[in-house]
Design a protein around this ligand. Sequence first.
Ligand code: PLP
Length: 235
Amino acid sequence: MTTDADARRAELAANLEAVRDRITRALEQAGREDEPHLVVVTKFFPASDVDLLVDLGVTDIGENRDQEASAKAAEVADRARVMLHFIGQLQSNKAASVARYADVVQSLDRPKVVTALDRGAQEAGRVLDVTLQVSLDDATGRGGVAPGEARALADLVAGTDALRLRGVMAVAPLGSDPRPAFARLREVSDAVRRDHPDATWVSAGMSGDLEEAVAEGATHLRVGSAILGSRQSHR
Ligand SMILES: *Cc1c(COP(=O)(O)O)cnc(C)c1O
C-alpha cells in the first residue's frame, strides 16, 4: 500500500536528484570540483517534510521566519542531524529567540542585530555561525548591508564573543541578470576574506539561479521550490 508519506518521499527524492544533477552540471561547466553545500529551504512546509528530507540525506535546512522556524525546530524528529540556517530578515527583538534554535544565521546585516544576536547566543550558551547578508541592488526593503560597509560589519562580528564569522550571503536582485550580481558578491567576499581569512562561505543561488551562483563560486546554495514544490499552493 502506498501512503501519502511514501508519495511525498518519492516526490522529494526525485526533486532532490534533479537539483543535485543541476549542481553537478553547473560544477562541470565552471570547471569546479568542490561541491557546494545544499541548504534546503523548507519555509511554508511542515516538519514532516523536514523529516523526509533528513532521511533522504539532507543535512542543512533554511527557514526565514522566527515563529515558524522555532516551532519546526521543536517538531523535527532528528534535530541533532540537521543544521538549521536562519535566512530571513532579522529584527533585533527576535534575535534572542533565533539564537536559541538556529545553528547558522545567514542574514546579519546591521550592527544592532549583531549586538542583539551575540547577547542572545551568550544567554543561550551557544556559539552561532553567521554570514553577512550583502545587498546587491539599490532597492531597499530586501535587507542586506551595502557592499562598501561589509568589511566594517565583518570586523564588528569578529569582535563578538558568541558569533563566528563564516562569510557572506546574498539574494540576486529581481528582474536582472544574476551573474553580475553574484560576481559582485564574490568581490565583497574577497574583500572580507582579506581581513578574515576563515570567512570563506559564499551563500548565493536559489531555485532559479543556482547555475549562475555556482559559476561565481558559491559555497552554499539555498534551494526551496525546486525541491519542495510551489509555496503558493501550501499557504
Ligand atoms: C525562500 C528563500 C530561498 C529559496 O528560494 P526558492 O526560489 O524557493 O529556491 C532562498 N533564499 C532566501 C533568503 C529565501 O527567503
